[in-house]
Design a binder for this molecule. Sequence first.
Ligand SMILES: [Zn+2]
Length: 467
Amino acid sequence: MQIIHHGAVNGVTGSCHQLDINKQSSILIDCGLFQGAETAGKTTADQLRIEFDLSHITALIVTHCHIDHVGRIPYLLAAGFNGPIYATKATAALLPLVIEDALKVGVTRNQRLIRLYLKRLQQLIKPVDYEQWFSLEVNNCDSGFQQAKARFNVAGHILGSAYVEIELSDTRTKKDSHTVVFSGDLGASNTPLLPSPKSPYRADTLVIESTYGDKNHHNREHRSDSLRQVIERSVIDNGIVLIPAFSVGRTQELLYELEQIIFSQQHNDMWQSIEIIIDSPMAANFTEQYIKYKDLWDTEAKAVLAQQRHPLDFSQLYTIDSHQDHLAVINYLASRQKPAVVIAASGMCTGGRIVNYLQRFLPEPTADILFVGYQAKGTTGRDIQEYGPTGGYVYIEGEKIDIKAGIHTISGYSAHADQQDLINFVKGIEHKPKHIRIVHGDTEAKQALADQFRQLLPNTEIVIGTS
Ligand SMILES: [Zn+2]
C-alpha cells in the first residue's frame, strides 16, 4: 500500500490523494482545484492538468463538494477517467451544481458542452448512504492487497461531507487487513447546523487535514456575539456590511446564526428590519438542498425547526438571482442611506459576485467588510485583511482600489476542526494509527499538529505529507 499526494500538500487547496491498493489498482480521494498562492507561477493549463497516470485508477471517492476537493473532476473526465465516483447522497446532489459553476467560471460558457460534462458526471456518480460499506474494484495482482471496501462517516464540515474509511484485505494470504482513513475536511465541534464528527473505531493509517492545526477557535457564543456586535457597530453609519462566504456551508451557517440573532432581538428595531441579502444563485440552490436534507442537521437545528422557525428561509432574507439584478442591487444599495447585510461568494474574494461589491464599496468609509472564513495566502481576501486596517489598497482585476471601509475578521468562524478538535479526533480512535500523514495545511499548522500528535502517540510514525 502506498499513498501519493497530488495536491493539498504545501497548502490547503487542490486536494487529491491516490491510494495504491496494489501495483495494478489505485483509487483517488478527491480531485480539487488549486487556489491562491498555490497557483503562483503556474499557467491555468498547468493548474488544471491531470499530470498523473490514470490507467490503474479504478474509482474516485469524493469527501465533500468544496471546489478545492472536486474542481478538477471535469479535467479528470476529459483525461479519460471512466470509473465510478462515490459520494454520500447529499454530496451527490450538490456535486453537479458545483461542477456546473466551476465549468462556467473556469472553462466554457458553451451550454452544450456543459450539459455533456454534467451528463457524463451523472452517469458515473454512485450515491451511498453514510456508514454503508461499498466494495471497490481491485485488479488482480501478485502482490499488494486484493480486496477493498469503503464507507463514509459524518465529517460535520458541510452538508454531505464525510471522512472515508477504506479497508484493504487479502483473502488469499494470512496478511492482516489494513484500514486507511482519509479525513477530508473535518468540521469544528461547534459548527452550527451539522453534527460533529465521531472518530472511527480503527485507523492503521490516517491521512488528516491540518487547516487549523496550530489554532483553537473562539467558542460559539463568543463568535455569535461578535457577529451581532460587528454588524450593530457597522450599521450605525447606515453603511452596508459585506460578508464574503463560500456558497456551500458558510452561507447556510451564517443564515442560521443570523436567524438566531433576529429571533433573540425581538425588541430591537434594527434587527427586526435589516435586510439580509444573498447575492448568489449558487448559494440559493445549495440552501434549498440544505433544507431538503434536514434529516442530516444536528439536534439543536432540528429543535429550531420544531418551533416552526425557518433558520434558512426567514422573512428578512432576500435572494438575488440574475446578473442584471445583481448589478441593480449594487447601485441601489450604494444610492440609499440604509444598512443591509450582503453575503456573496467567493469566500476568499478571488472571483464571483463579491468582487463587484468590493470594487464599489471598499473605498466607502461607511461600508464594512466582515471576514468569517480562512483567507489563503495570495488571495484578494488575505490582501484586504492585511492592508485594509492600515488604510492601504489592493489590486482587483488590475485596478488599484483604496480601502476606506472597515475591515473585520471573526476568526472563530470556521467549518474546519481546530487543533483541539483534530487531537480529539485522533484520541477517539480506539485502534490507534501506526502511521499518520498530515496534509492540507500551511507549514506552521502542519508542524504544530505533528508536535501534538508526537506527544500523544509516541509510537506512531508521524509524517508531514509531501508530493
Ligand atoms: Zn472543505
